[in-house]
Ligand binder design. Structure first.
Ligand code: PRP
Ligand code: ZN
Ligand code: MG
Length: 210
């Protein structure tokens, strides 16, 4: 049987809880910040540490059998994967935010404005649903500095604690999408006894938490 592979976020909001849930499943592995792959010593499993944005495609293409990633990232790339389980952590909301001094207070105020985001597909759908025409500027990270640099009038990004917005002088409005961490699987994954055992362990860990 080939060794199963699970992809989790290398660093960021979901990393710590992703590692924790696997450890709580009784899996033993090293979690060095520098290594991108870790072999579980007491279960036929390899853990791939990747950028969260890349996880849906790795799983869709079957490079990884399983993945732990935010729903927002899956929706953005419209990945063709199987949803196995919501994981109850990494809860956040994709929101619009503008500088504290901005006069824009709702979605209609975005007409004709420029919005910076790492989620152009989700944002465009939200704008279309609200009949708003705006310029979407796609950037891969540090979106929060967009308005300060004159790149955009607003941003659309993940808000969890709200700390990042606050420290960049931005205030949020609107609810573009709610999201949390989910366990996904490749559609081509063979449902062998190792997979079944691992899924059972993950579900027991989640049940024990309720
Ligand atoms: C999101 C978002 C902010 C941060 C907001 O990043 O882009 O940087 O989280 O969290 P806060 O409201 O608690 O301050 P994410 O974790 O999705 O990582 P990435 O942008 O590096 O992929
Ligand atoms: Zn990311
Ligand atoms: Mg970010």
């Amino acid at each position: 049987m080939k060794t199963l592979k699970i992809a989790i976020q290398k660093s960021g909001r979901l990393n710590e809880k992703s590692v924790e849930i696997l450890k709580n499943c009784g899996l033993s592995f090293e979690n060095y910040k520098s290594s991108l792959i870790s072999t579980v010593t007491n279960f036929p499993l390899e853990i791939l540490f990747l950028r969260d944005d890349d996880i849906p495609e790795y799983v869709q293409d079957g490079i990884a059998d399983l993945g732990i990633v935010g729903e927002n990232v899956i929706t953005e790339v419209n990945a063709d994967v199987t949803y196995l389980q919501k994981l109850g952590f990494g809860k956040c909301t994709l929101k619009i935010a503008v500088p504290n001094e901005s006069e824009i207070t709702d979605v209609s105020g975005l007409e004709g404005k420029a919005i910076a985001t790492s989620y152009p597909v989700i944002l465009q759908k939200y704008l279309d649903d609200n009949n708003v025409n705006a310029v979407v500027r796609t950037i891969s990270g540090s979106v929060e500095i967009g308005p300060g640099l004159g790149l955009s009038d607003a941003i659309c990004d993940i808000v969890s604690t709200g700390g990042t917005l606050k420290s960049n002088g931005l205030k949020p409005f609107g609810e573009v999408m709610k999201s949390e961490a989910v366990l996904i699987a490749s559609k081509g994954m063979e449902l062998n006894e190792d997979v079944i055992e691992l899924l059972q362990r993950i579900r027991s860990v989640l049940l024990a938490k309720e």
